[in-house]
Structure formats: C-alpha cells, structure tokens
Design a protein around this ligand. Structure first.
Ligand code: ADP
Ligand code: MG
Length: 499
C-alpha cells in the first residue's frame, strides 16, 4: 500500500500538522476561543492538521462580514460581467491547481486519487457554468387584467447571506457547487465544511480571494456541526441555509431555521433503488450495479444500495457481481491503482461494520465482504471490503437505512408491478437506476420511480447543467442546472401605474 505520490509544496501547509486559519472577511483568523480540533488521514490514521474550532462568536463575525459585503457592496452592485470575470479567474485557478486539490482531498477523506483526478472536468465545468449564470438573471413582464394602465414586472434579487453547510464525501466539488450558484446570484456566503474534511475549502476560499472576490463575500468557518453548524442554521443574520448531508441533520437544520423562517435547500440521504431486468446487457449491468453502490466506498448520497434483480437471472447475477467485487482493489487512495479507499473516519467505520452485524442478525446472507480489513497496513486505516447482502427483504434495516459504506442489499423480484412498488417503498427519493434493453419498459420505469434522478443503463453521472435533488425525505430544492439560481433568488413583483 505504498503511495506513488509525494506531497506537493502547494498543500504542505495543510497536511503537516500545522494550524491553517479560517477565512473571515478576507483575513486568516483563528477561532475566537483559540480552540482547535484534529483532522486525520483516514488511510493511515495520521494527523494532518489542527483546525480552528469555530463556535457562535466566530459564526457571528463571519455572518457580520457577509452581511456587510452583501449590503455595502461592491459584490451586490457589481455588473454581471464583472462578477463573471472574477468567477472565470477562479475557474482558471481551480484548473491550474486541480492535481494538488485532488491530492489534498485524497489525504483528507481517503477517496482514490483516480476518482479525485476524474473530478477535474466537473469542478472546472461547474465553476465556469456558474460564472456563465451571472449573466442569466432575468425577470418577466406580465400582462395583468386590472382596470386602468398598470405595468407589472418581476425582479429577481439575491436572497442575501447564505449559510452553506457541506459534507466530506467530495469536498472540493461540494464547495464549488454550493458557493458557485450562491455568488452567481449575488449572494454572500458563510461556508462551513465538514469537520472530517475541511482543508480544500480553506484553499478554495483563498483562490476566490486571489481571483478578485471582494472580502467577506465568501467566508470559510471550520468547526463541528453541533456548534458552528448549529449556530449558522439558527443565526438571525442568515437569510438562507443550503445544506448537503444526512437526513437527520437536515431535520435539525429545518428546526433551527424555523426560528427565523430562513429559506432552506436540503440535499439529503437516500436508499436508492437500482433495478436490473432480465433483458439487460449484463456485461454493463454487473459492474454498473456494483459501482453504483461501491464507488467512493459507498459514501455517495445517491448510491444504488437497494439492488432489485429479476429472479430468472438472480443467482448468476449475484455470483458475477461477487466475483467483480472481489476483484476491486482496496487501498490507500494515494496509490494510483486503488479503486476503493478507506472510509472517512473511525465513526463511519464503526457505523458501517455495525450494519454487517445487523444484516446478519436480520437473516441476510453475505455473498461478498462483510468485514473490516485489518491485515498489514490496513490496520491503521478505516478499511472495509465491498459487501453484498443477499436474501434481503425490503423491510430489513440494511434495506431501509442509509449505511454510507460499500454495502449493497440485493433482492429478487418477479414482475414489473412488484418491483416498482418495492422500489418506491422508501421514505427517500434521491436516485434510481434501471437496466433493460426494452425502451418502453425503461420509459415506464423512469416515470414510475419517485426519485429526483433516474439513470437508465448507467448510474451516477453528474453534470453542472443537469439538476440534482431529492423527492420526499431526500430533500428540498434542486442544485445544478439553470434552476439552481432560483434557490438563491427572491422574486419581487413591481406595479407601475402609467398614464
Ligand atoms: P455525517 O453523518 O456524515 O457527519 P452530517 O449531516 O452530520 O453527516 O454532516 C454534514 C454537515 O453537516 C457537516 O458539515 C456537519 O458538520 C454539519 N452538521 C452536523 N450536525 C449539524 C447541526 N446540528 N447543525 C448544522 N450543521 C450540522
Ligand atoms: Mg456529523
């Protein structure tokens, strides 16, 4: 498990045990309390950095800076072209530094470097897409029917100060996704990265400043969810929370946000169904279904973790998928041959391995994996084998609860009606997959699934221009696509009497 990569000088200050500062109002600052917390490399358990542990006073400072930047300009009054120029410069910086950003995120949260490098197109593409949207803000002129001469129109205005709370599973992508749309709309931001992986957010915040973003437009506050995150969600100076994370935390955020009725978008968890019909191209469907669940070691909100396979092909499918899973290379993400890295933390390791016991106790069979990996170098990191549970029922905990590890629960089905019913029998509705060569069946299934995304004969593709989000308990709102801007805009109706 040796790593091929040495640490580039650009990121050394983040990963050699030092104390990188937070970014508030364009300045590098420690926490008001002086407290720090440790962030570790999940591949080795080694210390990377001590990060400022922000709490209410730090959030107060950051929100005040964002409020000043919103109200006093120049961001809110800048012309779209000028905002766009800054955001395009930011995109160039992301592009120029992407290899080092990829290494930083791999060190911080464990994902394979190959996967992180593969984010280049999307990371830069998103930054440019949102830069483009700065010039796409528009309202309407509406014909009204009241007596007299009244002209009616709508203005779209930025919602104000945004609290952005992001998870650790794809850190630099999550940052660009959240911040890009918010600032394109003219908002200002206080971003809190996840405590497990905050480093790239600090660097990206610096890149925004280097690109010319005015001080205070984007502030980065590091700290725990229960303290810094909770303070941001309840803060009366925050107009909107844009959150990605677990459903339980989403519910806590809605409760906290209700005190001031701030706007909320939520991109939450899932237990996404993936349906393989017997007429599917199995050469595609076997690895496709495995990676739908295992990619990023299963730490993906839209992972296809409930796999429904038509009974006629069930046994063959399970053995082919088990063989494929056992061929996957698990290891340190810095190794270019690694396909699955460690889990992000000891907490996640305990959570995921607890489901190995839960599934067995519920009567599911394990056809592959089902254990922590502890041999040799694995012992100091948080590694588990990709795991396939078979003989699962849709009511078992391994089929209803989001595990957020490389674990798939496989169920056999007999007909179209029953599989659609089972697929929709979940409180979540984020992703879904269908594998078939029958176009009509594919289309019917696409319409029948109550999920925000359906992939047909593929799984997990994402693009800046395509909206993403959940039905039901997977969240509110859509991110990506032109409509993402709407999440950061208010609509003002204007009546003008003319004569
Ligand atoms: P996980 O279970 O993987 O930690 P979370 O939903 O808890 O997922 O974390 C996602 C993000 O939400 C992180 O940035 C985390 O710090 C933050 N967070 C956690 N708890 C809260 C909370 N009560 N209020 C606001 N943010 C929170
Ligand atoms: Mg948490």
């Amino acid at each position: 498990m040796s790593s091929d990569l040495s640490i580039p000088s650009s990121i050394r200050r983040f990963v050699t045990g030092e104390s990188p500062a937070m970014l508030i109002d364009g300045a590098h600052v420690p926490a008001v309390s002086g407290e720090t917390f440790e962030t570790l490399n999940p591949a080795t358990g080694e210390l990377l950095a001590h990060l400022p542990a922000a709490d209410t006073p730090d959030v107060d400072r950051a929100v005040a800076a964002a409020r000043r930047a919103f109200e006093d300009g120049p961001w809110a009054t800048m012309k779209p072209f000028d905002r766009q120029r800054i955001m395009m410069r930011f995109a160039d910086l992301v592009e120029a530094n992407h290899e080092d950003l990829a290494i930083l995120d791999t060190l911080d949260m464990g994902a394979p470097i190959q996967r992180m490098r593969g984010n280049l197109r999307r990371a830069v593409g998103m930054a440019r897409f949102y830069a483009g949207l700065t010039t796409a803000l528009r309202g309407e002129t509406i014909a009204n029917s009241i007596p007299g001469d009244f002209q009616t129109q709508t203005l779209r205005e930025p919602v104000g100060v945004v609290g952005a709370i992001i998870p650790w599973n794809n850190p630099h992508i999550a940052f660009i996704w959240k911040v890009g749309a918010a600032i394109a709309a003219g908002c200002t931001v206080v971003l809190k990265p996840a405590e497990e992986a905050s480093l790239s957010a600090l660097w990206l915040g610096e890149m925004l400043l280097e690109a010319g973003l005015p001080n205070g437009v984007v502030n980065v506050v590091t700290g725990f969810g229960e303290t810094a995150g909770a303070a941001l969600s309840a803060h009366p100076g925050v107009d909107k929370i844009a959150f990605t994370g677990s459903t339980a935390t989403g519910q806590a955020i809605v409760r906290a946000a209700s005190s001031t009725l701030k706007r909320v978008t939520l991109e939450l968890g899932g237990k996404s169904p993936n349906i393989v019909f017997k007429d599917a191209d199995l050469d595609l469907a076997v690895p496709g279904a495995a990676m739908a669940a295992f990619i990023n070691s299963g730490q993906v909100c839209s992972a296809g973790t409930r796999l429904f396979v038509e009974r006629d092909i069930y046994d063959d499918f399970v053995s082919a998928m088990s063989a494929y899973s056992q061929s996957l290379t698990v290891g340190n993400g810095l190794d270019a041959t690694t396909q699955l890295g460690p889990l992000v933390s000891q907490t996640q390791l305990e959570r995921v391995t607890s489901y190995f016991a839960i599934g067995r106790a519920e009567g599911a069979a394990v056809s592959s994996g089902g254990e922590r990996l502890v041999e040799g170098d694995f012992a100091s990191g948080y590694y588990v084998a990709p795991t396939i549970f078979t003989d699962v029922h849709n009511e078992m905990r391994v089929a209803t609860e989001e595990i957020f590890g490389p674990v798939v629960s496989v169920m056999a089905f007999d007909d179209y009606e029953s599989v659609v019913r089972l697929a929709n029998a979940s409180p979540f509705g984020l992703g879904g997959g269908v594998w078939t060569n029958d176009l009509n069946k594919a289309n019917r299934t696409v319409k029948a699934l109550r999920t925000g995304t359906v992939w047909v004969n593929c799984y997990g593709q994402m693009d800046p221009a395509v909206p993403f989000g959940g039905y039901r308990m997977s969240g509110y709102g859509r991110e990506g696509g032109v409509q993402h801007l709407d999440e950061f805009l208010e609509t003002k109706a204007v009546w003008i009497q003319t004569h």
